[in-house]
Design a protein around this ligand. Structure first.
Ligand SMILES: [Zn+2]
Length: 309
């Protein structure tokens, strides 16, 4: 995936249900002044104020990152030319109105406009998992691959899908919500309202609810089960879209590690039996914990460089 190379770094922001992160990222993918903090949690009673509080936290973090970069880059360096944002979905096209399932404070929140007002720069917003797919094709484990998906198994579960070298947007920009593919028809109730979604069975939130402990403390049996269900969802996507590769990141998947990936690949091999699907693989993301910020940067570099705004 070729990115626009208009000169100058971009300010990258990742907005998740558990943490926020920001950095200044060069056009070659070098990250500077990375900062992160926990996502402020709004109580239902404070949802109105919570929306503003969360926005302020995002802006404050990004401003701190930009200042730190300015101090270290020195006078004469080109300042960030745009802002790229990865945020949990769903959202309307271009992140005009975001309603992240795992961030109760924002329902139809005008994220792109609010950040444009705060920074006075062009702002480009996309779903965080679609942003990850851009990053993985740019610098990660899906380099040289034209048909793949990149997914996150973290507080929530999501994916971005690239077919024939093109990131799929879908009718409303929400293509790739693999977390809401049904993997257990009689399974747990999902935050989306359906039952047995991959997210309802394997997200960090779901696993913590099942065990009463943080997902990081889950027993081996649950790690293997999560892998099996990830493999099941990927198998359907591989058969449907003729994909070759799924790269998987997020704190739950990377934390569960080898048992999850082994179970996922075994299930994929078991469930996708058409000859063209044989040989598809599930691997960890190539960019580790930098993936979300590089993805956010890729959203801005791609869109800013090609004037697709
Ligand atoms: Zn769901």
């Amino acid at each position: 995936m070729v990115l626009g190379m208009r000169s100058g770094p971009v300010l990258a922001i990742d907005i998740g249900g558990t943490k926020l992160a920001a950095a200044v990222v060069d056009a070659d993918g070098t990250c500077h002044a990375r900062r992160r903090r926990a996502t402020p949690v709004a109580t239902p009673a404070s949802v109105g104020d919570g929306a503003r509080e969360l926005l302020d936290a995002v802006v404050d973090l990004a401003v701190r990152s930009r200042r730190e970069w300015e101090r270290s880059a020195g006078a004469g360096s080109t300042p960030p030319v745009a802002v790229g944002v990865g945020c949990g979905g769903p959202m309307t096209a271009g992140g005009e109105l975001v309603s992240p399932l795992n961030i109760a404070a924002w329902r139809e929140f005008p994220l792109r406009r609010a950040l444009q007002e705060a920074f006075g720069l062009p702002v480009f917003v996309d779903n965080d998992a679609k942003a990850l797919a851009r990053a993985e094709g740019w610098l990660g484990a899906a380099r040289h691959e034209r048909n793949y998906l990149a997914m996150v198994v973290s507080t929530g579960v999501g994916a971005g899908i690239v077919v024939d070298g093109r990131l799929l947007d879908g009718a409303t920009g929400n293509a790739g919500h693999l977390g809401h593919v049904i993997v257990e028809p009689d399974g747990r109730r999902c935050a989306c309202g359906a039952q047995g979604c991959l997210e309802a069975e394997t997200s960090g939130t779901a696993i913590a609810a099942m065990t009463g402990r943080p997902a990081a403390m889950a027993p081996l049996e649950l790690r293997v089960r999560a892998g099996r269900l990830v493999g099941r969802a990927v198998a359907s996507a591989v058969s449907l879209l003729d994909l070759r590769l799924a790269t998987v990141g997020g704190s739950v998947a990377l934390g569960f590690g080898a048992p999850l990936f082994a179970a996922a690949n075994a299930e994929l091999a078991e469930r996708s039996r058409l000859s063209f699907a044989a040989g598809a693989r599930i691997v960890p993301v190539g960019l580790g914990d930098q993936a979300p910020l590089l993805g956010a940067a890729a959203v801005a570099l791609h869109r800013h460089g090609t004037d697709e705004a």
